[in-house]
Design a protein around this ligand. Sequence first.
Ligand code: FAD
Length: 432
Amino acid sequence: MSTVVDVAIVGGGMVGASLALALRDLGIRVVLIEGVAPNSSAQPSFDDRTTALGNASRRIFESLGVWAAIASQAAAIRTIHVSDAGRFGFARLRAEEQGIDAFGYVVANRVIGAVLWEKLQASESITLRVPATPEDIEISEAGATFSVTGSGGVREQIKAHLVVAADGAHSSVRAAADIGAGVEDYDQVAIVANVAADRAHDGTAYERFTPSGPLAVLPLHDGSYGVIWSCRPEDASGVMSLDDDSYLRELQTRFGWRAGRFVRVGRRASYPLRLTRAAATTATRTVLIGNAAQALHPVAGQGFNLGLRDAAMLAEVIANAGVADVGAPMLLQRFAQWRAVDRSGVVRFTDGLVKLFGSSRPGVGLLRNLGLLMFDLAPPAKSALARVSAGFGGPTPRLARGLSVREGLAGESSDRVAGEGRPSEDGLQGAG
Ligand SMILES: Cc1cc2nc3c(=O)[nH]c(=O)nc-3n(C[C@H](O)[C@H](O)[C@H](O)COP(=O)(O)OP(=O)(O)OC[C@H]3O[C@@H](n4cnc5c(N)ncnc54)[C@H](O)[C@@H]3O)c2cc1C
């Protein structure tokens, strides 16, 4: 059996599934290949984690027609509280002071997965191959070819004009395209768990920097919190194996009492933290998006938001191509250019935060506390952070401006319209 498509997306996690949805009305042939069924407990993207979605991501999901279903199970972040354990500086940002309704929304990854895949499964224009993984990937100027084996053992040969790597930090498509990746180990492990306190949250998201790593406590839809506790690898197995009462006591000691008394904890899961950055986001007939292009430390909750903007911009570049060759070098070059500023800005910002707050060098602690204090007093600095969720520069994808992926296509291209359009809730116009 042999199938020819315009776009083959490998990886139907949070980013790949979003891209597939963004392409569904473009009249092109798209296949999405995903290794693990979306409702499986082994699904690595739609697992026990929660994700903080920024306002640009909300707009993209609105444009894709999935926000209403996600919003019904999301908690709005109305206040952000940042502090440094054992020191005086802290900063508090309030959404209403920035003239916005919320900084973002916290949603369970499983909810995002269920909503995206329900839409995909209802869409007749996207061919789904799940569970399946590509084998013998070969990429040349003529296109990408590989085979997948279906559940009945039938082998299918797929030929695509463009292959999109959305298969995560250990991307096999990235390797097949011969794109290298730099990996920097942060020497930290994130342990995530849902924790209930003795009082419901008020929409505050807390980020507390501790000597062993940041601790994030995020409001959830059911009134409880999503806790991301980053610690040294040598301490991680100890934290994982604590009984529930001991875990809650340790958490309370590290975090303090600002959210009340922690009374219950759910299942814990751990994630080693690294910065993985592909040397390029495009190669012959290949584009990398999401974690396949860059996997970040979760400290600022930016990885998926950035990956979703990758997907939104790629959909736009493909929409701009119309019926032309969607894997043409010019298009890929344009995608890489348009994404470069946002990508490097987010990577630098996230990496800088980890290093600034992870440093035990004399004087750095004082500096960052002065920084937090200044930050609390200086409105421009606050507004700058409040705008982070819109992206770090470069053209803003149409979808992130609340438009459809091909809106205004007749006469306008994204680089011309960036900076125009309706003002966003981030206080931005067009480009971030
Ligand atoms: C603890 C933690 C908390 C986080 N919190 C946030 C947050 O609050 N906000 C935020 O923006 N980001 C957050 N992130 C980052 C976010 O989770 C990632 O950026 C996001 O998961 C990237 O999605 P992805 O689809 O690119 O990759 P992945 O989630 O890794 O998905 C890859 C998909 O590809 C599939 N796959 C892999 N190989 C193959 C193959 N060969 N064939 C077919 N399919 C394949 C996998 O099964 C999977 O479904 C967090 C990360 C961590 C670790």
